[in-house]
Design a protein around this ligand. Structure first.
Ligand code: ADP
Length: 482
């Protein structure tokens, strides 16, 4: 079989279908962003035939998996969570090479979160109580039934965490899964497949298909045997998937991009706000929830900028395996070109580059922490998602103006607000458009809370029972009493 060494871990480049590794005649190369000249390995490039095989597998396995009780399924999910915890370092080693995510973030935060996702959904599905009541002489019962095979399509940033976040509710709800990882970071999902095998899930319950979105992804979402589609990625792809879902009348969720605000009032802890603002450069800005538009009350502008620069200067660009590194290489040369293009156009358009603005080392994939004061709110760097270490800086005089600026894009994924006034926190927090608004903090997550976007940031909510509901068909069972 096609296995290669990634940071000391032997990773399979094949698909995982019906409990076995399946190769494809064609492959694509995967490389580490830190060392672009070296090929990590060749990954199976799935096609329509691969998609058919995986859907067949998931369809066959569905009758058995959906027939188990939530409690029986929970045993598998907890066993998988145990295995993720046991193999934490291996997973972190693979992803810190394949995606260049920081080893420490993976080891301390993102991989444990992957295990927590499975535990959380295993327990939530068991705790769920059916609604039962009497009316009009009948006993009514709302039953949540598994929907069928679910296709789950994930993006290249935070691939391990996101695939567990999206697969766990599907499996807990009784659906079988076909996971399609992004072609720019396909490897941690393959490690997950090894653990699924170790956890002895029934064959076909969990399948992984590798390949390009336009090829294998397209074939997956168009198949009428697929009953749910859960997608995280870009708006253009969401439109394609939405059309496929509409054709088959299948529910889908889409978690898309963001251009979230980081709104700072003069009554805030300015040091804490500036530190968090500079923290938006973490992961080289490849974070959908990042507060990329810094919007600060005019009266604290200079003080804020001085503190922001102090913290931004503390970033260390380096190897993702090094614990001193805070900003690693970006995912792909094509992506760095895109980010550089945004900055170059901003310069040409008369926006002011306040810091950074270029690659850290010519020809490599690190980009300097960059702050831009736009000429106007309509500047491209303010209105478009850049997905790199590029933030914009704007000011406001009144609360109303601040909120107006915060809400002035087509996106609405999240928002960050800094204020020392509790009433303002509530008031402005309710006014900012977005699925998640953090006040005086960022990224703290309760897994039972809903997560998703407004506007072009997406459709539907994941998290907690919201995702279980999405993956189920609700049935009302009515029995004549007496
Ligand atoms: P990003 O900008 O994050 O790369 P994409 O939407 O291009 O966003 O990719 C997100 C995921 O969607 C990836 O796994 C990709 O392979 C997949 N994808 C891309 N195009 C399609 C498509 N036409 N059908 C299904 N999946 C697709």
């Amino acid at each position: 079989t096609n296995r290669f060494n990634v940071n000391g871990v032997m990773v399979s480049g094949d698909h995982f279908i019906h409990g076995t590794r399946v190769a494809s005649a064609e492959t694509f190369e995967t490389r580490s962003p830190m060392d672009w000249d070296t090929v990590l390995g060749n990954v199976a490039r799935g096609n329509e035939e691969t998609a058919q095989l995986a859907i067949e597998s998931a369809t066959t396995a569905f009758s058995q998996w959906s027939g188990l009780s939530a409690k029986e399924r929970a045993v598998y999910l907890h066993r998988l969570a145990d295995l993720i915890e046991e193999h934490k370092e291996q997973i972190a080693n693979v992803e810190c090479s394949d995606m260049a995510m920081l080893f420490e973030s993976l080891n301390l935060r993102l991989v444990p979160r992957g295990a927590a996702n499975f535990r959380n959904y295993a327990d939530l599905a068991v705790e769920h109580e059916e609604r039962v009541w009497s009316s009009k002489g009948t006993l009514n019962r709302v039953i949540r039934t598994p929907a069928g095979p679910a296709v789950i399509i994930t993006p290249w940033n935070a691939p391990f965490m996101l695939s567990t976040w999206k697969c766990a509710p599907a499996l807990a709800a009784g659906n079988t899964v076909i996971l399609k990882p992004a072609e720019w970071s396909p490897l941690s999902a393959s490690v997950l497949a090894d653990l699924i095998e170790k956890a002895e899930f029934p064959k076909g319950v969990f399948n992984i298909v590798q390949g390009l979105g336009s090829e294998v992804g397209n074939a997956l979402v168009n198949d009428p045997r697929v009953k749910r589609i859960s997608f995280t990625g870009s708006v253009p792809t969401a439109r394609i998937i939405g059309k496929a879902a509409a054709e088959n009348i299948v529910p889908f969720t889409a978690e898309l991009g963001g251009k979230s605000c980081l709104l700072v009032f003069a009554d805030a802890d300015i040091d804490a706000a500036a530190k968090k603002a500079a923290g938006q450069f973490d992961d080289s800005g490849q974070v959908c929830m990042a507060g990329t538009r810094i919007i600060v009350e005019q009266s604290i502008k200079d003080e804020f900028l001085a503190l922001f620069n102090k913290y931004a200067d503390q970033h260390v660009m380096g190897d993702s395996r090094d614990s001193k590194t805070t900003m690693s290489a970006m995912i792909h040369p094509v992506h760095v070109d895109r980010v550089e293009g945004f900055v170059n156009r901003a310069r040409e358009n008369g926006d002011t580059i306040l810091r950074g603005g270029k690659r850290f080392i010519e020809g490599k994939l690190w980009f300097e922490p960059t702050l831009i004061a736009p000429k106007s709110n309509q500047s491209e760097v303010v209105q478009s998602e850049i997905f790199g270490p590029v933030l914009t800086f704007q000011t406001f005089d009144t609360e109303e103006q601040g909120v107006e600026l915060a809400n002035s894009t087509v996106f609405g994924l999240s928002g960050i607000l800094y204020t020392g006034n509790k009433e303002r926190a509530e008031r402005v927090g309710r006014l900012i458009r977005g699925g998640t608004i953090w006040v005086n903090t960022f990224l703290v997550r309760d897994l039972t809370a809903p997560f998703g976007g407004i506007g072009l940031s997406g459709l539907g909510r994941e998290g907690g029972h919201y995702a279980l509901e999405f993956h189920s068909d609700l049935k009302t069972l009515q029995i004549l009493e007496g």
